[in-house]
Design a protein around this ligand. Sequence first.
Ligand code: MV4
Length: 509
Amino acid sequence: MNKKIQKILIANRGEIALRVVRACRERGIRSVAVYSDVDRASLHVAHADEAYRLGPSPAQESYLRGDLILEIAQRCGADAVHPGYGFLSENAEFSAACEAAGVCFIGPSASAMHMLGSKTRARQTADQASLPRVPGSVRALESLAEAKQVAAQVGYPIMLKAAAGGGGKGMRVVRSETVLSEALENARSEAERAFGSGDVYIEKLIENPRHIEVQILADHHGNCVYLGERECSVQRRHQKVIEEAPSAIVDPALRSRMGEAAVRLAQAAGYTNAGTVEFLVDVQRNFYFLEMNTRLQVEHPVTELVTGLDLVHLQIQIAEGEPLPFAQADIHLRGHAIECRIYAEDPENQFFPSPGKITHLVQASGPGIREDCGIYEGWTVPLDYDPILSKLIAYAPTRAMTIARMLRALDEYHVGGIATNVNLFRRILRDEGFRLANIDTGYLERLLAQDPSPSDRKTGELDSQAEKVAVIAAACLKKNKMNVRISTEDNSNAASAWKAAARREALRP
Ligand code: MV4
C-alpha cells in the first residue's frame, strides 16, 4: 500500500481536471489527460503531460467509459486514477475494477461506497454510527399500507424519496394521506425511469432547511478529521450557485457536533479519502444527516482557503498510504471564503444553456481572489456536459470583506461571446437577505421571483458596466503593447457594446 504514485490518469475534464493536473505537477507526478472529440482543444488537455482520446463527445461514449479509461491507464503506465467529481467518481464498480487491475483509485473502496451509496443504506449506516437523521424509514417501502403507517408515525408533511436518488429526482412532498397513494405511484415511476430502481422511502419534511455540509478526510490508518462546514443553501433546482465557508449560523459548539457526527459516519463505513457529509439544518439549528458524497466536491476550494490545506494533495497522500500529517487539534479555521460558480447559462432567458465560442475573456485576480478555470479565449464551450466554466473564489478575514472582494472581482471579470450568470452573482451579493446570511434552500427561488431592485437594474449595472469597460480597455491596451492581435470579429451579443467601447479605447493613439 505504501507506495509513491508516479503517474495519475485524470478521468475528468474542465476545471477539475486542470485542478488535479496542477497538484500532480507540484508533487512531481506525471499527469495523463483523457478527452472526448469535442474536448481535444480543452485546457486540461493542454496542461497535462500526456493526453489520450476516449471517443465521441457524449459522456456515455467518453468520460463514462470506465473500461476504456482503465485500459488507457494500464497502457500508459499510470499507477493511479483520479476521478474528479461527477462521471465515474462515485461508481463503486469502477473503483473495484481499478483495484482489481492494480491501479490505485483515488477515492474510497467499493465497499465504503456501497455502505453510503443508496440513501436507504446510508441511513442505516447513519443509525449504526448514531447520527441524527431525518425521521422516517430506512428501507424501501413495500406497500401503500406501509407507507401510510410510516407517514402517520412521523407526521405529515412528509417527503417521498428515491433510494437511488440524487439531484431531487423522484422526490415528492406529500401533505396529507389523501394524496399519498398517487404521489407514491408517481415517485416510483419517476425513480424507475431515472435510476432503474423504483425503490422509494419516507422522510419527514424539514421546512425551509439550510444545506450545510462537512468536509472530512480519512486515511488508511484509522485517522479521520473534519475540516469545518460549507454553507450551500444558495442553489437553484438542486444546482448549487454560491457556497461559502464557514456557515454564518454554525458556532464552534455546533461545528464540533456536526464534525464529530461526520467523522463517526466515515468511520462506520470504513471510509478513506476526502468526503463530504451533507446535513439539513432546520430553523432551530437542529441538524439531520442527509447523505454522503464520496468524492472531492466542486466547492472544495472554500474549505481549502479557510483551512490552508490542499485537498487534492491530501487525497494523493492518503492514496499513497501516508497517514494524515495532522490531527483534529491542528486544524483551525481562519477568515471567510465564498465561491461563485460561473455557468454558461442565461439567467435572462430561463437559464438556458449558452454554449458557443468565447470571443473575449478577462479574468479576475488580485488580493484574495482564486479562480479555478477550465476555459480560455477562443475556446468553444460544448453543449455535451455540465455548463460550469469557472469557479471564482474570494477570501478575506470577514464575511463582509469577502463579499466586497467578490463584487470587485466580478467587476473585473468578463466573458464575451456567450451568456453567463455573472450578473446574477452581483444581484445576490448585493441582496440584503444574503448580506445578513438570511438564506435557506428556497432563498434563490424567492429572490428570482422578485423584480430586480432599481439599483441592480439601473445604476448598479451601469456602474459595473462602466467599470468593466475600463478594465477591458486596460486589458486590450496591454495586449496591443504586447503586439497581440485584437480580435475584430463582429459577434453580435450582449457584450458587444462593452467590446466596442473597449476597442475604441484600445485603438486610440
Ligand atoms: C429534504 C428536504 C426537506 N426535508 N428532505 C433535495 C435534494 C436532495 N439531495 C435532498 N433534498 C432535500 N431533502 C427532507 N426530509 C429538502 C431538500 C431540498 C434541498 C436540499 C439540499 C439543497 C437544496 C434543496 C432544495 C430543495 C429541497
